[in-house]
Design a protein around this ligand. Sequence first.
Ligand code: DX5
Ligand code: ZN
Length: 207
Amino acid sequence: MKIAPSVLNAPIENIKDWIKGLDDAYMLHLDIMDGHFVPNLSFGIEIAKTYKRLSDVPLDVHLMTTHPLQWIHQFKVIKPQFITLHVEAKDVEKSIETIKKEDIGVGLAVKPNTPIDVILPYLNQVDLVLIMTVEPGFGGQSFMIDMLKKVEQLQSYKEKYHFIIQVDGGINDDTIKLCEVAGIDVAVVGSHLFKQENMKLWLQNHQ
Ligand code: DX5
Ligand code: ZN
């Protein structure tokens, strides 16, 4: 399984000290919040550009925003590997189209209370499906084990369509094992990773 570290709760004041420890990560996961789709704010394009400057690891933009289109136009300039918007957001079709036109991978995310069926009509258009394993908005929450049922449902569509499955929220040394068993492709890991004394070693041991 691949790991995408989430820098949401990372200690930004000494970014240069830890960013190299993430060099072996599959992607750097950037959580973008608008204070409306979720009751929190994170950071914007200027900080995202700083991550791009300081690291060669591909970027993975997770938009937790009501109007993804305006954020896609901002974030496309950093050429992330993926831009993921929520299926519960506005203008889903148009957003998918816009990301594709930029030759950026398209991700579609689903909140815990949204059934996976809502994603199915888009499976032929997306490169990644993100199953939220916590309520989006904050790091450090507990993994919602029930979400693995959604993963199981999705796995059966992989023969027909080409997409990878990502989970986000509450991953630690125990829940990561469940993700491996469930055949998840990419796990986003935030607070647990940043608690490690040696993040490089933890990444080596888990991907
Ligand atoms: C939650 C974010 C996650 C978060 C994960 O809204 O999408 O990416 O940073 O953090 P942990 O691993 O602490 O749950
Ligand atoms: Zn995220």
